[in-house]
Ligand binder design. Structure first.
Ligand code: ZN
Ligand code: ZN
Length: 401
């Protein structure tokens, strides 16, 4: 068995203990006070250098090698979701209405144990490893990555490459999912207020019907993805909400459209933003109405670096075996604020198989009954350690048996 896998297996009980502690006491984004304190304490007990309150509740553990070299960052998110847990497990959340339904408890436990292992091997390290525990991944549009970057987490020493993993309920334990290039989508929002002129339902000639203008706007907006976006580039525009009117015989003076926009490249992202404004401006003008548009940029698309993806795939083949890599043909259209890190430095985000087996049903992430297979925890540690070995160890470790 691979050396790191053996080492990580020895930490299995510790991993489960940390994961379950975090699971039992989840905290929402920007409020990971106890989570960060708990992790900081664990890391300091191992003699690891820890910086707290980086960009809010963020935490950075730094492992300095015996000799100088490049700097590699590993990132975990720490926040839970405003969801009432319904797993019925003994380690279920004891905080009402809050739970780790996205597996960030596992990410934090994996990174903490990775830091412990690397600390023990720091004499073999040529360079530095920064373990970044990030708040508020579930809190777009700001998120928790951006405040940490603004607080200088990627500087001093400057980070050369960054990696993150995420539990994958649809992949079996022992496999990973990854994509070259776009991995996750940009997630933006457009709120459009259409201002007409109210009136009596029997006298349309004296009014500007906001409902009719809104209807034309909805239809016209749907031409953007179908007619302006390259069919090879994934994009979605959904008008999720449309509100207008007061009564069946009253012409509405106002309508509000609220839309989510998902794109996988910066060109499409800009194009949709521009087109929405043009269409809303054109339709309202043609029909005698006015508009107000508020466009909010959420997380950018997460674009994996080719060299970093190769590192992840190589690590998976060493740690998990030849058939462990699933190349993702389709970009996930959900958002992920690891994208902010990937805008600054090359790196890769990958899915770590966490599917439950046996008679326990696997629910998707963000479901109240979501849970993960804890057998994935040591594999995550081994993956991170192997990537660091490839990046920073002067000579490979004796490969184990
Ligand atoms: Zn999530
Ligand atoms: Zn997540």
């Amino acid at each position: 068995m691979n050396y790191w896998r053996q080492q990580a297996n020895n930490l299995s009980q510790r991993l489960i203990e940390i994961r379950r502690h975090l699971h039992r006491y989840p905290e929402l984004g920007y409020k990971e006070f106890e989570t960060a304190r708990y992790l900081a304490q664990i890391l300091r007990q191992e003699g690891i250098e820890v910086r707290e309150h980086v960009g809010g509740t963020g935490l950075v553990a730094t492992i300095r090698g015996a000799s100088s070299g490049r700097t590699i960052a590993l990132r975990a998110d720490m926040d839970a979701l405003p969801i009432q847990e319904k797993t019925g497990m003994p380690y279920a959340s004891i905080v009402s209405g809050v739970s780790h339904a996205c597996g960030h408890d596992a990410h934090s436990a994996i990174l903490a144990c990775t830091a412990m292992l690397l600390q023990r091997y720091r004499r073999k390290l040529a360079g530095t490893v920064k373990c970044i525990f990030q708040p508020a991944e579930e809190c777009p549009p700001l998120g928790g990555a951006k405040p940490m970057i603004d607080a200088g987490v990627l500087a001093d020493p400057p980070v050369d490459a960054i990696y993150a993993l995420h539990t994958a309920p649809n992949l079996p334990v022992g496999t990973i999912g990854i994509a070259y290039g776009p991995m996750m989508a940009a997630s933006d929002r457009a709120k459009i207020k259409i201002l007409g002129e109210g009136g009596h339902g029997s006298a349309p000639q004296q009014s500007v019907d906001a409902v009719l203008v809104a209807a034309h706007t909805v239809v016209a907006l749907q031409s953007i993805v179908s007619r302006n976006i390259d069919p090879h580039s994934a994009a979605v525009l959904t008008v999720g909400q449309l509100q207008a009117g007061y009564r069946y015989n009253v012409i509405a003076d106002m309508a509000v459209l609220d839309c989510t926009i998902r794109t996988t490249d910066v060109h499409s992202r800009q194009l949709i933003q521009d087109k929405i404004e043009q269409i809303v401006d054109g339709v309202t003008r043609a029909m005698g109405a006015r508009y107000e548009l508020r466009y909010t940029l959420g997380y950018p698309p997460a674009i994996n670096d080719t060299v970093a993806v190769d590192q992840v795939i190589k690590a998976a083949e060493v740690v998990l075996g030849e058939d462990s890599v699933r190349i993702q043909e389709k970009t996930s259209l959900s958002g992920e604020d690891f994208a902010y890190f990937l805008e600054q430095v090359p790196g890769a985000f990958f899915w770590m198989g966490s599917r439950l087996e046996g008679d326990r049903k696997q629910y998707p992430a963000h479901h109240p009954a979501f849970d993960l297979n804890e057998a994935m925890l040591p594999l995550g540690v081994a993956m991170f350690c192997q990537i660091v070995e490839q990046e920073l160890f002067r000579e490979p470790l004796a490969g184990g048996e």
